[in-house]
Design a protein around this ligand. Sequence first.
Ligand code: FAD
Length: 495
Amino acid sequence: KAVAHWFRWDLRLADNTGLYRAAESAKSHGLPLICLYIFSHQDFEAHCTSPARIDFCLRTLQVLKDDLAKLDIPLWVEEVTDRKRMQSHIIDWCDKWGVNELHANMLYEVDELRRDAKLVREGVKKDLSFTVHHDTCVVEPMVLRSGAGKTYSVFTPFFKSWEPYLYRNKCVQDLFPPPGKNDPKYNTEETFKELFSQAAFPTPNAGKQLEQKVAQRLKKLWPAGEHEARSRLRRFLEERVSKYVDTRNRPDNDSGTSGLSVHFAAGTLSARQAVRACMDHNKAKTLDSGHHGWIREICFRDFYKQILAANPHVCMNKAYHEEYHNVTWEYNEEHFQRWVEGKTGYPIVDAAMRQLATNKYMHNRCRMIVASFLCKDLLLDWRKGENYFMSQLIDGDFASNNAGWQFCSSSGTDAQPYFRIFNPLTQSEKFDPDGEYIRRWIPELSKLEGKAIHDPAGRLSPAEFKKLGYPEPIVEHKAARERALERYKTGLGKN
Ligand code: FAD
């Protein structure tokens, strides 16, 4: 017999609830511990998982496999072609290796919950117990309730309840140690020779879509694995967190935020580890604004996971506020392509879209600007933007991405009201005042000085503008704004 942990988006040894529970059980029953990672290309496709994210995951699996091997724990990586056969595949795998106890950490998306529930049911018939643990949030979803007993739908009251809960329940006091420290050997190579001997991982097709050159660049930009996650966190705390509140909204500052979202999304760092490290780093008795501000952002991640858990309809292409289904969108493919390619004629939008295409990451302020531009200025369906983001982002996370898009389209929880429409020119002047960010991403504009960088079509003479080789704005913001207001009003029956 054996106990197994099934890794999903929790690719770390430290502070991993499911892995810790599996190791505990193996120890107490004197059984070996083995690990599994299983993927389906169909799953990646269905969820628009980006090649960059898959590649990051594969690089992390290599780190994980090496670390586990040092503890004599094998990690088996397996591909299933038909995603519907995932459960039976896992049951067969468990059967083959004598696993009668399987652990994993919970994923809150509907597809994944259904798959897990099916595995529990099918497993019982085969004498396999499958336990999923809450792990990804600092505070488990659905625990925090308003006075009326409801789950929160607005961030600020959620945060006001989350923060004291954290202290009261000592959520980040005792983190789970990785297996191995002071443990007896879990296996010998002899027992699980075949499991240990897997030479190379199967490569998911989507990962192959990354050209070698791009993959090399991303590897440098986003080194994988939990050791890297912890050292990035350490550097951020040492060097930058105290200034976070002042720097977090500035895309021209490459190190104004932590850059840790890729690690939270892959699970190479737990949100508990991050909050704990941030609290420990703050030497004074109360948190200063930088430390407090950063922990508040991590709370946003918890908030959106609980929104997903409490409102499964957001997983089904539906707006959180269903009346927003009545907004009539434009289906202008050319506008969408110009947005994707960073050729809208709005420099801040184009710089951000080019950053996304190249680095597979975009600054939070710019995510809001380009999302607002798509839903309001172009009046394109926010779900097109949501899917495109997932297909590109290395830190793609369904809950945060969906909530971010719904916020910007005004259909989500805690939404900005539909009549608040970002002006891309004033956003640009405010958050990239010297145009550094724009200059970095749009070589056509690199020589422009002063305010022209934000609005070249409006501020240069036609002849000067033509020389740049940069496109004219595809819509005029003022008119686009009026059109959006009208369309939203009609859709919501406010006319
Ligand atoms: P920091 O400022 O250092 O923040 C620390 C951590 O807090 C982040 O890593 C993240 O886990 C969390 N966080 C910060 N802001 C938010 C937020 N607004 N919502 C949820 N969590 C937050 N984040 C993702 O992780 N994956 C996504 O797919 C994603 N898509 C988004 C789409 C849109 C339209 C918008 C507006 C936001 C989206 N975000 C997403 C949230 C946010 O933009 C990123 O988390 C942030 O830019 C990551 O950079 P960082 O790690 O340097 O953040």
